[in-house]
Design a protein around this ligand. Structure first.
Ligand SMILES: [Cu+2]
Length: 111
């Protein structure tokens, strides 16, 4: 019976920390943390101009730029970003003011 007693002790030691209320608080804290993708905004591509490095987006609210939903033209940080998108695509993107120009800094397929 010594082995059974040893197992019971180990199980009790493993189970004990999970029985405290603290582990629940810890998990809730992690869920409330902002993810790196939090700045991405939903948009629909209206026009892509690869030669000029510009994209027309019908975007949702852009809190970082203090802008409501609208359709507008953005510069893109890298023209290669325009190879991944076409008019009619639903995307998620991030934008910033670079050299006075509103510029798309990241773009990915949306839902
Ligand atoms: Cu806008």
């Amino acid at each position: 019976m010594r082995v059974a007693a040893a197992i019971a002790t180990v199980v009790a030691l493993i189970a004990a920390p999970h029985a405290t209320a603290q582990s629940t608080d810890h998990q809730a804290h992690h869920v409330s943390q902002a993810s790196p993708a939090a700045d991405m905004v939903d948009a629909e591509v209206r026009r892509v101009d690869k030669d000029a490095g510009k994209i027309t987006l019908k975007h949702g609210e852009l809190k970082s730029l203090d802008m409501g939903p609208m359709t507008m033209v953005f510069q893109v940080k890298d023209k290669a970003m325009l190879d991944k998108v076409k008019a009619g695509d639903k995307v998620r993107f991030a934008a910033a003011k670079i050299g006075g120009q509103l510029t798309v800094t990241a773009i990915e397929p949306g839902r």
